[in-house]
Each structure stands twice: as structure tokens, then as C-alpha cells.
Design a binder for this molecule. Structure first.
Ligand SMILES: Nc1nc2c(ncn2[C@@H]2O[C@H](COP(=O)(O)OP(=O)(O)OP(=O)(O)O)[C@@H](O)[C@H]2O)c(=O)[nH]1
Ligand SMILES: [Mg+2]
Length: 606
């Protein structure tokens, strides 16, 4: 299949344009370095390729390497029908520098080029008109004013680039293409001055907001408040939704049970299905709220500012401001976060960031945290419900993960455990414009995060719940202690007894090495079988009634913050670092540390 390549500088709207042309839903966000891999999609009879952004052919980071390598390869390939150079109309000069290099390269290889003057809606908003005909003439390649957001000019653009790629619309021009870096710099500066909007109009608002957001005192305060409310809100905003889901599950469960009457089938439905799977579904709203708030931060342009504010403190711990975005996104899931670390220029800092990312509390830990917090922390609220005590403990757990990661980064960077030069590249980050979130795709992403969470963990939880139920139900002597599972439980008891946990918690913890969320489901099933009354449900009250010791509960929480119980993360770490031995020692190290912390918590607090 013939290919069309979409290239341009970071954060210039390539992926949103790609999504509009292919109907796919690649991640789009308002900071440089969102796309870190080659993505392809079908665009009419063509394959459209979305690449990571790059500032120059002289690459600094892994994602730029990937883009430039792919472009060079495509230039030599007969199947490459067209190169689309994406320009950010609000940042014409810097986008032209890279695009002009690409145009020169394409000319050398006899490939057709068109320019997409993207984000044109922002020009329309300030009433600035760019004469694209004249610009085309000067550039020697067609220029299309488009907006991937409002879809302005997209229909014509689609039609034309397919025709150009098919050779039905000639685009060759006699215009001389400059290829020396100095000429390109000069040309970009000159064209931006003549065609672009005035910088003071574009930057007026941005500078005003930044003078506050990046100020050393107010900026740090805003940063701390934003982070506090981010993790708070997972608790406060999600609470009513969680109650709704819980009530819904209760109604469905009662209805199902009324159909089957009493007996083994009823026990199975109550304990395995609604006890196990139901206990886990309750936490889906929290995952969605987390995605929503991180999404707002990403879209608004604040993340790059936060990265800047964090650069100095992070440098002390041996990493850089570039590690901030991967660290934050790791709170949703470690895997894309490890991939996002490709934008970190220094290989050493990139490696340290990747190895410490699993300590950030990903959404799979969320159900475990939420369950144990509900057991021990009363639902007290302050400031009219904006801040809750449970939310504060929740924030403390996230903070504990972050601080552990920073301490380990410091340790790795000050020892020879990770080799690489101490002298690193300077920290350079282009600040994006502030924008209002793009609500529709954001909400779609929120729904998608809930679905993905269920899809990823659901089948494992279902299988584990069924397995635990069968092993715990038979042989039917009426007690969990005497079941097959009870027998297995006695073998593992010595490992968990020093942590103040009986074998039921041991089984749930061991099972959660398959996926962390399994912990809640497995406990739900175990306590369901064990429950004296026939009541489904509130697992937190069951644990409370069972008398779980405070030290043991804190121990479980610390264990889950630190232990690396995720096969997919380990596989991604291996692939991205290429360091199997190092990754294995990190997994074992985190496991030991997790156990010791849990042991200390129980032995000290009791
Ligand atoms: N107003 C406006 N915003 C846009 C337009 N196209 C993209 N954006 C916004 O620009 C930001 C960057 O968009 P992306 O598509 O992720 O940019 P990219 O070039 O793929 O970025 P990298 O993958 O980091 O290289 C996002 O916040 C988009 O919503 C547009 O036409 N108009
Ligand atoms: Mg992109």
C-alpha cells in the first residue's frame, strides 16, 4: 500500500490531524512529545503514518530518533507517495525550520510535499489572515490552511492530498529549495515575519498567565495545590458515582439471586460473581475521574509548566523536568509512562526514570487503597466536601510512592548501579499555548479508560474469583478453613503471619501478582464464602468486622505502593531498557523492600 507521511515539530497538531483523516483515536495532548512511536492508519487507498515530532534532523531523544529514522527510510522507499509537513500556524517560524528541512530532503529524493497550515482556527480567532496562495508560491509546494479541531479546510485538504499522492494533481514547481541550515533559518524567520501573526498578540495572554504560574513563589504554590486536588478529587468526585455503581450492582445481584433461589448456584452468584467481580467494578468511577483530571491538565498546557517548575527539585534526585510527564501519567498506568520516557534526552536519566516509574501508584492500586482506606479512615469531610480525610490519606499514599521513587532515583544516580555520563544535556522544553480542553475527545478517553480497566483486569478477576470460589467451597464441610483453599492457606501462613495477616489475605496478595486489582476481587470472594450472613457486599465493613489490625492494614498499603506486581510492566521495562538483569534485580529489590515495609508497619504499630 502507498504511504503518506505526516511530519512536523512536536505539539503542532499532527496526531489530531491524523485522527481526523483516519478516524482513529491516537493520543492527542497539549505538550511536546505525546506521540513517541510510529502509528499508522488507513486513509482512503493510502496508509497514513503519524510520527513523533522532531525539532531537527540532529536528534536529541529517542522519540526524535524514531521519527528521523522512519523519514529517512521512507525517502528511499518507492511506496512513499507524499510527505505532509504539518505547520503550527501560531508558531510559524519554529515549525517552518523543521518543515523546510523536510521539504529539502523530499526534493532530493523526488518526493512530493504539501504543507498543512494547521491550527488555523486560532488565526481566525484573532482575525489574522494568511495568504496561502502566495505562501505556496514562495515555498514551491501547496499550502492548505486547516484546523484539525474545527475541521476548517479539512474536506478540500483530504481530497487534494489523495489526488496529489495519486499523481493526478501536479505540484512540481521551479522554486529553488534551500537546503543549508543557515538559509533555512533565514527563510523561516523571514516568512514568519511576513505571514505569521504578531507574537505580542499571540503571547499576550500566555505571558500574563505564566508570570503567575511560573513565578517561584506563586508557581510552586499552584503546583502543590494542583497536585493535592488531583489526588483528592479521585476520592471526593468519585464518591457519589461509586455509591451509584454499588447500589446498581446490589439491585442486579438481588434480582439474579431471586431467580435462582437457594443452593450452590446462588452461593456461586453471590460470592464469586458479585462478591469478586462486583467488589472490583465499584472502583471504575475513580479510574475515570483520574483520567479526566489528568486529561484536563494535559490539554490545558499546564503540564509543561509543571515540568519546568519541577526541573530543579528533580535534578537534585538525578532526573530532570522531562521526567515529570512520564511520572504523572504513570499514575494512570506505568506502561505508556515508560514509553513516554523516550522524550528524556539523557539516556541515564531516562533509564533511572523508567526504573522508578513502577513506584508511582497506578490505577490498578486504586481499588486496594480505596478499600483499606474505607476500612480504617472515617468519611469526614472539610470545606463543604471539597477535601476529605480519606482523600488526604489517599494523597499521602501517592506521595509515599513518589518519595520512594525519588529516593531510589537519588540512590541510582549517586552510585554506579546505572552507568552513563554524569554531565547531561541541558533541559530545554517548549512551552505550549494555554488552551481550553477539547471536551469531546477527552470524555471519550475517560469512558475508554473505564472500559480498558474492566477489559484488562475483568477476565483475570473473573477467573481468579471462580477458582477461589471452587477451591474454597469444596469439599463441602461448611467452613472455609477445611476447604482445599484452607489447606493451601496453611502452607503460606508462615509468610504472612509476621505481617499480621491471616492466610485469606495471603491468598489475595499472592493472586494479585497476576494483576493488582485481583486483591479486592479475591478478598470479596473469600469473605463472601466466609460470611455468616447472606448479605452481599460492603467488603470494607466485612474486613472491619473481621478485626484487621491497623498495622497490618498499613502494611498491605505499603506493600502495594512498592511491590512491582505487573507482568506487562516488567515486559515493557525489559523491552525499553534492553537490560534484563537490571530489571530482574529491580523487581526483586522492590519485592523485598515491600515485604520489609509491611513487616515494619505491623511490628511497630501492631
Ligand atoms: N485550536 C486548535 N488546537 C489544535 C489543533 N490541532 C491540534 N490542536 C491541539 O494541539 C495540541 C497538540 O496536538 P497533537 O495532535 O497531540 O500534536 P502532535 O503534533 O501530534 O504532538 P506530538 O505527538 O507531541 O509531536 C493538542 O492540545 C490539540 O488539541 C487545531 O487545529 N486547532
Ligand atoms: Mg502526536
Amino acid at each position: 500500500m502507498k504511504r503518506i507521511l505526516l511530519v512536523g515539530k512536536p505539539n503542532s497538531g499532527k496526531s489530531l490531524l491524523f485522527n481526523q483523516l483516519t478516524g482513529l483515536r491516537q493520543k492527542v495532548a497539549n505538550f511536546p512529545g505525546v506521540t513517541v512511536d510510529v502509528k499508522t492508519g488507513k486513509f482512503g487507498p493510502y496508509e497514513l503514518v503519524d510520527l513523533p515530532g522532531a525539532y531537527s534532523v540532529h536528534t536529541l531523544s529517542k522519540d526524535e530518533d524514531i521519527a528521523i529514522a522512519q523519514i529517512n527510510q521512507a525517502m528511499a522507499d518507492d511506496n512513499t507517495a507524499l510527505l505532509v509537513c504539518n505547520l503550527d500556524a501560531t508558531r510559524l517560524q519554529s515549525s517552518l525550520v523543521f518543515a523546510l528541512h523536510m521539504q529539502a530532503l523530499a526534493r532530493q529524493h523526488n518526493k512530493n510535499v504539501v504543507f498543512a497550515l494547521n491550527l488555523y482556527d486560532e488565526m481566525q480567532k484573532i482575525g489574522h489572515v494568511i495568504d496561502t496562495d502566495k505562501l505556496s508560491e514562495e515555498l514551491g509546494s501547496p499550502v492548505y490552511a486547516v484546523s484539525a479541531r474545527t475541521l476548517y479546510g479539512i474536506a478540500e485538504f483530504k481530497q487534494d492530498i489523495q489526488a496529489i499522492a495519486a499523481g493526478q494533481k501536479p505540484v512540481s514547481s521551479a522554486v529553488q529549495i534551500d537546503s543549508s541550515p543557515e538559509q533555512i533559518q533565514q527563510k523561516a524567520r523571514d516568512m514568519a515575519a511576513r505571514y505569521g501573526a504578531q507574537a505580542d498578540i499571540l503571547l499576550k495572554n500566555q505571558n500574563r498567565i505564566d508570570s503567575f504560574m511560573l513565578h517561584h513563589a506563586s508557581g510552586s504554590l499552584v503546583f502543590l495545590l494542583v497536585m493535592f486536588f488531583l489526588f483528592q478529587s479521585i476520592f471526593t468526585f468519585a464518591a457519589p458515582l461509586m455509591d451509584g455503581v454499588e447500589a446498581g450492582i446490589g439491585v442486579v445481584a438481588e434480582w439474579c439471586l431471586s431467580l435462582v433461589g437457594e443452593g450452590m448456584a446462588a452461593d456461586f452468584i453471590r460470592d464469586a460473581l458479585f462478591g469478586g467481580l462486583g467488589a472490583f467494578l465499584v472502583f471504575v468511577p475513580q479510574i475515570m475521574v483520574l483520567t479526566f483530571i489528568i486529561g484536563i491538565l494535559e490539554d490545558s498546557g499546564y503540564l509543561a509548566r509543571a515540568a519546568l517548575i519541577c526541573h530543579r527539585p528533580l535534578s537534585f534526585f538525578g532526573i530532570s523536568g522531562r521526567s515529570f510527564v512520564p511520572y504523572l501519567s504513570a499514575h494512570a498506568c506505568a506502561i505508556p509512562a515508560i514509553m513516554a520516557a523516550r522524550t528524556i534526552e539523557s539516556p541515564r536519566k531516562r533509564l533511572i526514570t523508567m526504573l522508578t516509574i513502577p513506584l508511582m501508584s497506578c490505577s490498578a492500586r486504586l481499588p486496594v487503597y480505596a478499600l483499606l482506606i474505607a476500612v480504617f479512615v472515617p468519611p469526614v469531610q472539610y470545606l463543604g466536601g471539597l477535601v476529605s480525610l480519606q482523600g488526604i490519606v489517599f494523597f499521602a499514599l501517592y506521595l509515599f510512592g513518589i518519595l520512594t521513587a525519588l529516593c531510589i532515583s537519588l540512590l541510582l544516580s549517586r552510585t554506579s548501579a546505572v552507568e552513563g555520563k554524569q554531565t547531561d544535556m541541558p533541559f530545554i522544553l517548549e512551552l505550549p499555548s494555554y488552551r481550553l480542553p477539547h471536551w469531546k475527545p477527552l470524555l471519550r478517553r475517560v469512558v475508554e479508560s473505564g472500559k480498558q480497566f474492566i477489559k484488562r483486569a475483568g477476565p483475570v478477576i473473573f477467573a481468579v474469583s471462580v477458582a477461589i470460589w471452587v477451591l474454597g467451597y469444596f469439599p463441602q464441610n461448611g467452613s472455609l478453613q477445611d476447604s482445599y483453599l484452607g489447606m493451601i492457606g496453611h502452607w503460606i501462613d508462615p509468610i504472612f503471619a509476621p505481617l499480621g495477616l491471616d492466610w485469606r489475605y495471603g491468598v489475595a496478595i499472592l493472586m494479585s501478582f497476576l494483576a493488582r486489582e485481583v486483591f479486592v476481587g479475591a478478598l470479596g470472594t473469600l469473605f463472601g464464602i466466609d460470611a455468616a450472613d447472606e448479605h452481599i457486599g460492603d467488603l470494607a465493613s466485612q474486613l472491619q468486622a473481621d478485626g484487621l489490625a491497623l498495622g497490618a492494614g498499613i502494611g498491605i498499603l505499603l506493600f502495594y505502593v512498592v511491590a512491582l506486581q505487573c507482568v506487562a510492566t516488567v515486559a515493557t521495562l525489559r523491552a525499553e531498557t534492553g537490560r534484563n538483569k537490571l530489571v530482574t534485580s529491580v523487581v526483586i529489590g522492590y519485592g523485598l523492600l515491600a515485604y520489609l515495609l509491611a513487616l515494619a508497619a505491623y511490628q511497630i504499630i501492631g
